[in-house]
Design a protein around this ligand. Structure first.
Ligand SMILES: Cc1cc2nc3c(=O)[nH]c(=O)nc-3n(C[C@H](O)[C@H](O)[C@H](O)COP(=O)(O)OP(=O)(O)OC[C@H]3O[C@@H](n4cnc5c(N)ncnc54)[C@H](O)[C@@H]3O)c2cc1C
Length: 396
């Protein structure tokens, strides 16, 4: 039995894990990051969209190769086709962002971790965890049999939406079916988008309990996807996606160049994301927006904080849950509380029927919104039906 010893072991080299690795190693911890995949970032399971400011917040400089398309705002489409456009033509403060090339971006974040001193092992899968004195022992299956176990003072579970590492540690990471969205997406080309630099969201029965999207990656190329509720959909996410594509003028002549499917946990941050010697980050911790299913930003943010706290605990020689609490408090304060509000909005929006959805999106389209925010959208909706939206009023 060959055992490798490190200060911090990170399981999963997605954005959250690689960011945790960068920060842990930069701050002095001997860090190993492993991933069961043979290529980081591939296959992608992501619409790849992020808002401006996300990368700056985690001090990540990327070159243009990581970016497929710069985005100028969004279009929200009601079941009756009414569109609310929020672009630099309508907004005082433009809502800009990028559609990433995750296959390049994820590698870039991992390379940053390597440059900070972290070691990376691919095709290396964690298969179980046991406790030994003041460390954790992780069973490993590597492609080259270079070691069988890793002994780590701190383990960070960054193993994504279907992660099992948290449950191995006794944390409750079960997502109720009602809060699990099924995602399906094609990268498509030969599309005829009205504006090929605006992301589009389609609501209503086209995607029960969720939404469909078109995120442009080029003038005629985009990620076209759908998220549907685990309990509301009568068909599979792929069937809803095929119907959406066949009925939408922008996509009906498109051709598929990539298929992506995956689950999205929309329950918000799990109640407990730390234990002695252990932290969860990113999707594995529930750091996924309960309304959009987006988790690149909060994955990076949680990973950054976890890596920093892990390095401090290593320096102090104290890996207890109490000493890791700073990380959990940060996530709850900066991500969890915001998500709790979004869950209320989500439960309202995703339960509307098509008629109500037409009415609310019609109101939003006519509201002359010049600064795009959840608050601005809620205000426009509340005007339509103040009594129905009493619950949402509290969020303003
Ligand atoms: C259809 C769809 C569309 C989406 N669109 C967007 C979007 O437009 N914008 C956005 O912000 N977010 C989006 N998301 C969410 C986003 O993809 C995730 O939030 C993000 O990838 C989470 O990063 P992560 O590092 O936590 O996990 P992941 O990126 O999932 O990485 C986890 C890694 O852990 C590895 N792993 C798992 N188990 C083990 C193990 N036992 N041993 C070793 N390695 C292991 C996996 O191979 C994987 O590489 C979308 C998700 C889906 C499903």
């Amino acid at each position: 039995m060959t055992v490798k010893e490190v200060d911090v072991l990170i399981i999963g080299a997605g954005p959250a894990g690689s960011m945790a690795a960068r920060e842990a190693s930069k701050n002095g911890a001997k860090t190993l990051i492993i991933d069961k995949k043979s290529e980081i970032g591939t296959p992608k399971r992501c619409g790849e969209g992020i808002m401006d400011g996300v990368l700056e917040k985690v001090e990540l400089e990327v070159d243009e190769r990581c970016i497929a398309r710069h985005i100028d705002g969004a279009r929200l489409v009601a079941p009756d086709g009414t569109s609310a456009w929020f672009t630099s033509e309508t907004l005082e403060t433009p809502a800009t962002g990028v559609v990433l090339e995750r296959k390049v971006f994820d590698k870039h974040v991992t390379m940053d971790a390597i440059r900070s001193g972290a070691e990376v092992m691919l095709k290396t899968e964690a298969t179980g965890i046991t406790r030994s004195d003041d460390s954790l022992i992780v069973d490993i299956h590597t492609f080259n049999n270079s070691f069988d176990q890793v002994k780590a003072k701190i383990v960070i579970g960054a193993d994504g939406p279907e992660g099992r590492v948290g449950s191995w540690m006794g944390l409750n990471t079960k997502v109720p079916l009602s809060e699990m969205e099924s995602g399906a997406q094609y990268e498509m080309t030969n599309l005829k988008m009205e504006k090929s630099d605006t992301i589009e969201f389609y609501f209503g029965s086209v995607a029960p309990g969720g939404y469909a999207w078109i995120f442009p990656k080029g003038y005629d190329t985009a990620n076209v996807g759908i998220d549907v509720s685990g309990i509301k959909g009568e068909k599979t996410a792929l069937e809803y996606l095929d119907d959406f594509i066949a009925q939408n003028e922008e996509t009906m002549d498109g051709q598929i160049v990539e298929v992506n499917v995956g689950g999205n946990p929309l329950c918000g941050v799990f109640d407990k994301i730390i234990a002695d010697n252990f932290m969860l980050v990113g999707d594995a911790a529930g750091c996924v927006s309960p309304i959009t299913g987006g988790g690149i930003d909060t994955g990076l943010e949680s990973g950054m904080m976890a890596g920093r706290v892990a390095a401090r605990c290593i320096r102090e020689g104290n890996y207890s849950e109490a000493n890791l609490q700073e990380y959990s408090d940060y996530v709850n304060e900066n991500i969890g509380k915001r998500f709790e509000k979004l869950i209320t909005v989500r439960d309202f929006i995703y339960n509307l029927d098509d008629d109500d959805m037409n009415e609310y999106l019609g109101a939003i389209a006519n509201a002359n919104i010049t600064k795009l925010s959840t608050k601005a959208l809620l205000k426009a909706m509340i005007k339509v039906s103040p009594r129905k939206l009493l619950k949402l009023r509290k969020l303003l």
